[in-house]
Design a protein around this ligand. Structure first.
Ligand SMILES: Nc1ncnc2c1ncn2[C@@H]1O[C@H](COP(=O)(O)OP(=O)(O)OP(=O)(O)O)[C@@H](O)[C@H]1O
Length: 257
């Protein structure tokens, strides 16, 4: 169980401050959805949290700055799945997912039977067992996306940072992946931070949401507090109607102007 926090996070890309002074927190076992318009800086925020981008400010896990940790130690705490990773086309699904075990394999050592078992069970949970021997170059977009998620899950980190984990998935697989994440969160206490474009889906699964706009966290709170017609209208430049859905969670519908 781990809490992840950003304090005063700033990122400069191409000479421009994409993020400045961002504060953000996901408590242990919580699901935080990062939302915002195209180009707002959601992916940048996740990559900075994962330690993949130079940044100012601090990222802390359970109060400890991750800056001082070695990459292997950091990888055991934080697993990151990018939106559109470059994948080695000739590597098999199993071997790619097994890469998530790297932080546990001794230097110059080989993976253990336990590492292969973890990998096998993650593939099974993501409906990928039948594809284990296939090479990545021969997969559909949705299959590739589930393989990237599999690699993040085999890492067995306590914090999952997932950039748009469901964009390429059909409805059934979207639900399967989101439900699996929710079960892992509840059963194993994983902390989930994910960007999600579908605001209604984000509102159904997230405990809390952070709306990124103008380089900062423009709003943070429960889905009911963040998914309002006013905030969405202002920050997405969209006209929407928000209604209470299952369990009172907000459903966002586009309205024709
Ligand atoms: N390497 C880079 N150099 C310069 N600018 C960059 C670089 N990478 C991203 N940007 C810019 O930073 C801003 C934030 O990009 P980011 O990918 O984080 O947005 P996002 O909120 O994830 O967008 P989307 O919803 O479209 O995926 C954008 O304006 C983008 O053009």
């Amino acid at each position: 169980m781990s809490r992840v926090e950003a304090r005063g996070l700033g990122v400069v890309l191409g000479g421009r401050a994409v993020l400045a002074g961002v504060d953000l927190r996901a408590d242990a076992g919580e699901w935080l959805a990062v939302i915002g318009a195209n180009g707002a800086g959601k992916s940048t925020l996740l990559r900075a949290l994962a330690g993949l981008l130079p940044h100012s400010g601090e990222v802390l896990v359970d109060g400890t700055p991750v800056r001082g940790l070695r990459p292997r130690e950091r990888a055991r705490l934080l697993a990151y799945a990018p939106q559109t990773p470059a994948l080695p086309g000739d590597m098999t699904v199993f071997d790619y997912a097994l890469l998530g075990r790297t932080p546990y394999i001794p230097h110059l050592g080989r993976e253990s039977r336990a590492d292969r078992e973890v990998t096998g069970s993650v593939l099974e949970r993501l409906d990928l067992t039948a594809l284990a021997g296939r090479t990545l170059g021969h997969l559909s977009g949705g299959e590739r996306q589930r393989v990237v998620l599999a690699r993040a899950l085999t890492q067995r980190a306590s914090v999952l940072l997932l950039d748009e984990p469901t964009t390429a998935l059909d409805l059934g697989h979207q639900q399967q992946v989101l439900e699996l994440l929710d079960r892992l969160r509840l059963a194993d206490g994983l902390t989930v931070v994910t960007t999600l474009h579908d605001l209604s889906v984000a509102g159904q699964y997230a405990d809390r949401m952070t709306l990124v706009a103008d380089g900062g966290a423009a709003a943070t709170g429960t889905p009911e507090q963040v998914l309002t017609e006013e905030l969405i209208g202002e920050h997405f430049d969209a006209r929407v109607r928000v209604v209470a859905g299952t369990g009172g969670r907000p459903q966002v519908h586009l309205e024709r102007p």
